[in-house]
Write a protein that binds this ligand. Sequence first.
Ligand code: ZN
Length: 402
Amino acid sequence: MGALTATEQSAVERAAAESMLGRVEAWAVVNSGSRNLDGLANVAGMIADAFAALPGALALVDPAPVDAVDAAGRKVSIEHGRNLHLTVRPQAPVQLLFTGHMDTVFGVDHPFQALTWLDDGVLNGPGVADMKGGIAVLLAALKAVEASELASGIGYEVVINSDEEVGSAGSAALIAAAARGKKAALTYEPSALPDGTLAGARPGSGNFSFTVHGRSAHAGRNPEDGRNALIAAADLALRLQKAKGYGLSINPAKIDGGSPNNVVPDLAILRVNLRPATAEDETRAKSLIDGIVATVAAEHDVTIDTHGGFGRPPKPMTPEAEALFKLVRAAGADLGQTIGWQATGGVCDGNNIAACGVPVVDTMGVRGGKIHSMEEYLIASSLAERGALSALTILRLAGASA
Ligand SMILES: [Zn+2]
C-alpha cells in the first residue's frame, strides 16, 4: 500500500467490500444477447434497480433508429434495446463519464447460458467478464465515491448501452452527448490481459455493405446482355483485399445474393470490415473505397450502393490519454497493483469517447479472459481489486488539477 489519505482509504475499503459477485451472478444468468430485446429489457431493469442506489436522474432511453441492408439488398430497420442513462450533479466542478454495456455476444439460442465455477475462484459464464462484472465494479466504485466527503465536487454521467457488441449504432449519439464537457472517461471492458493490463491505443473499425445491381439474362441464350453483379462484387472484394496494408486492414467477409445457375445474377451484396490505425488511415480508406467502387461500377457496367461507415474512429494514445493512464497506474501502485497498458486490435465505445476529445481508459473492468467464447471467465477476486482501483482513480481525478 502506498500513500493513501484517510478519505481515499475509506473509499477504497468501501468499494472492495461491496457485494459485487452476487450481482454478476444474477445479471449473467439472464441472457442479454444484443438481439434479445426481452432479455435486454430484463437486465436493464435489474441494473437500473441497482443503480437507483446512486443519486441523480436515472432513465432508460430509447435507442436511435438504425438501418442495415438485408440479404436481398433491401434497407431494413434494426431493433435495439433501451440504454441506461444516469446524470448526477451536473453543476459540480469536475465532470466525468462512465460507460459500460449490458449486451453480450451470446444470443438467446446460444448453448452458453449458465454459470460454472472453475478452480480457485474463477467463474465461467456468458458476460461475466464482458462486461457484467465491469458494471458491478463501476457501481461499487460509485457507491464508495458517493459515501465520500469529496462527492459533492464530483458530477458524472453513466451510460450503459444495449448494443455495444453490434457497434453501438443505437447508442453512439447518447454516448457522444454524455461525453461533452467531460474531463475524463472510464469504460468497464475487462482488462486486455488476465493480469490486469489495460488496452491503450486501438484502431478504428468500419463496416460496409456494397449492394451491386447488375442485369439478369439467360445464361445460355443471351449472357452478353447480362451484367453479372456477383462477378462485380467479387472483383470489388479482390481489389479491396489488395489495397490493404500498413495502417489499414481490410476483411471482405461475405457476399449475399446471386441467382440460379442458368441466370446471370443481377444482385450481390458484399460485406466488408475495415480497420484504420489512425484518422489519416481512415481518410485514406474512404477515398480508396470511393475510387474502387467507381472503377468496378464502370468496368462491369453495374451500379453500386455503399451503406455503412466508420462507426468506431481510431483511438490513438494522445498526451491527455497518457496522463490519464499514468493516473490509473499510480493509483494501482498505491494499492499494490501493477498496472500496465498495451495497444490492441479490438474496438469498443472507448473509441467513440476518445473521438469526442475526452481522454478515456476503457478497460477498467474485471480481470478475466477468453471473452466472446464459451470459455469466458471472471477472476472473482478481481471484483474487489478493480472496485478499489476505480474508486481511488475517481477521487484522484476529482482532486487533480483540471
Ligand atoms: Zn465488451
